[in-house]
Design a protein around this ligand. Structure first.
Ligand SMILES: Nc1ncnc2c1ncn2[C@@H]1O[C@H](COP(=O)(O)OP(=O)(O)OP(=O)(O)O)[C@@H](O)[C@H]1O
Length: 271
């Protein structure tokens, strides 16, 4: 893998030129997280700093225990840092109350999990609208938006289906549509293709590509190099620290797309 070693927003053709101020989806400074146990304190994050400009597509990688889930939990407002700052828009989550964190989590962050996390008793359309239930925002406009999102992820003719009547890839599409219903700061994807075969993985990554080209910010944790190479940037953690922060060039992303498309075609030809 040859990713060019360029950090932050320097030399980024996909990020607006300096004349247009770069708006940040999130900004992380000296972020630490310690878990205090009876016998020891685990320093899961030991001072991590990076920015995610709006419209970026970042893959977070690193060996087991390097702090990926801890960082994801902080980005998703599921936990608070021990020190440092994590800005979402103008708000620092470090200084928020638990109630404020819960509000931001349900209203401004789109989650996509490996196991889809859909509600089995609800239809596709209802699952997409779940984040709105908690805010009491369910009217014809919201329904229209949910239908539009279902259409965007290719599920227009499955609106009344239950999750058990869908394939894994279709369930993940529902989760992606659900993640967008609140127009989030960013979509946070945790091993989103981890349960999917190569054909379906390619379909889901194509949806992420499209969403990102429409301006959506995507942050995903993955163990898979081939999945990470579809992002615009790879942040690697090691021992709770930022190890590398590398841009994936458009050429490298295209090559990975072509490689994966060829593998899918070969697989389908064998079927
Ligand atoms: N709730 C917790 N209490 C105590 N220690 C924890 C807790 N969560 C994580 N850790 C520790 O923090 C460190 C970082 O863990 P984390 O789960 O963030 O790593 P990871 O990179 O996501 O690993 P993996 O790829 O295996 O999921 C590890 O040493 C882990 O044992």
């Amino acid at each position: 893998m040859s990713v060019s070693k360029v950090r932050g927003t320097e030399n980024r053709s996909d990020i607006p030129a300096p004349s247009a101020p770069v708006r940040l989806a999130t900004s992380i400074r000296n972020l630490t997280k310690e878990y205090v146990l009876k016998s020891e304190t685990v320093r899961a994050l030991r001072g991590v700093s990076f920015d995610v400009p709006e419209g970026d597509y970042v893959a977070i990688m690193g060996p087991s225990g390097s702090g990926k889930s801890t960082l994801l939990n902080l980005l998703g407002c599921l936990d608070k840092p021990t020190s440092g700052s994590l800005m979402l828009g103008d708000d620092d989550i470090a200084s928020m109350t638990d109630d404020q964190l819960a509000d931001i989590r349900s209203q401004r962050i789109g989650f996509v999990f490996q196991s889809y996390n859909l509600i089995q008793q609800l239809s596709v359309l209802e699952n997409i609208q779940v984040p709105l239930y908690y805010q009491g925002r369910l009217g014809p406009k919201e329904r229209e938006r949910a239908v539009a999102l279902a259409t965007e992820v290719g599920l227009k003719d499955r609106l009344g289906h239950r999750p058990s009547q869908l394939s894994g890839g279709q369930q993940q599409r529902v989760a992606i549509a659900r993640s967008l219903i609140n127009d989030p700061f960013f979509v946070l994807a945790d091993e989103a293709t981890g349960n999917l075969d190569s054909v379906t993985t390619d379909e889901i990554l194509a949806i992420f590509d499209r969403l990102n080209s429409e301006g959506r910010t995507i942050i995903m944790v993955t163990h898979e190099d081939d999945v990470a190479m579809r992002a615009k940037r790879i942040v690697r953690l090691k021992d709770g620290l930022l190890h590398t922060d590398e841009v994936v060039t458009e050429q490298e992303r295209n090559e990975m797309r072509e490689k994966q498309a060829a593998a899918v075609a070969e697989f389908l030809a064998r079927e």
